[in-house]
Design a protein around this ligand. Sequence first.
Ligand code: OSB
Ligand code: MG
Length: 369
Amino acid sequence: MKIDRIELRHVKLVLVSPFVTSMGTEYDEEHIIVRVDAGGVTGWGESVAEGTPFYSYETVPTAWHILQDFLIPSILGKDIANVDEAIASYAKVRGHMMAKAGLEAALWDAFAKTEGISLSQMLGGTRKKIDVGVSIGIQDSVAGLLKKIDGYLAEGYKRIKIKIAPGFDLQFVEAVRKEFPAILFQVDANSAYTLDDIGIFKKMDQYNLLLIEQPLGYEDIFDHSKLQRELKTPICLDESIHSLDDTRAAIELDSCRIINIKPGRVGGFTESKLIHDYCATMNIPVWCGGMLESGIGRAGNVALASLPNFTLPGDISASKRYYTEDIVDPEFIVNPDGTMDVPVKPGIGVEVNMKMLEKVTVRSESYKA
Ligand code: OSB
Ligand code: MG
């Protein structure tokens, strides 16, 4: 497949409601959409580097720089036989996983379209429908949170995750568990605590949470093992896991018993698959995290979550839970039974809505062989 042309688009999508976490408040989501034209097909990917370096050190400008100056020149004009060959050509670039994942995703889509199979099929997916959950930002009041959860459960969502931060933790967790004793319920701290807060997590341990996501440092593996030792509730790592090597360290140290896989955070679907396969052999469940993606990134997450060891519902919600209008057609919807259909058409399996994409693009650049 000859890589004829690559296009980058800095997009900005306005969220239907602000998303509040321990990292701050997001009103809109800035990402990079990557388009690859190769061998007569068009592949699409999304780099989830954000406008701010609060979740990850990567931002839209850093990812753009790495894509434009290093990743794109390494494959543009070349005849590439498969995704692994592309990865090998930019393997000497260290870090910048979100930049890499955006390009890799577009290549996966292009190769799957060339072969006429769905991305799910190409990745080794085994499910036609996936179980989905919702990630709810920090709310002003307990009553407001309960009402939101009620609404999402009515829409079918199979699992509720709430964001927590110091001062916005135990009282919310206790109230949710009291109101909804039987739901799959988990929390995400986005690294807002330290080992000094162990008392908070020991109290949280009594609420039958499915997992506690990334309570401690965003690069930490060691302190999490000290915390996990004191808890019944599984810790799940998100921010700290950038590779299969990180995953091995975390599991061998018993720093977590569940892994959140976000393709953007680990450099793409290839590394995601390696982590998925390793976790399967270690009896460690995985689930697919989210970065408030547009439908392009979401399609990739849905395909990935169709692999067999994605046994817990992902942070993969309906398009309308994030954005008034998505940039893909059809938009992603949640079935009344809390599942989402895995697209079956070639590649990502949804069409890019060019009119909407144009509307949300703030800058674009194309690179020709
Ligand atoms: O920590 O999982 C996270 C969104 C942006 C950055 C980090 C996270 C999140 C979410 C939202 O929790 C998940 C989603 O896309 O629904
Ligand atoms: Mg998280």
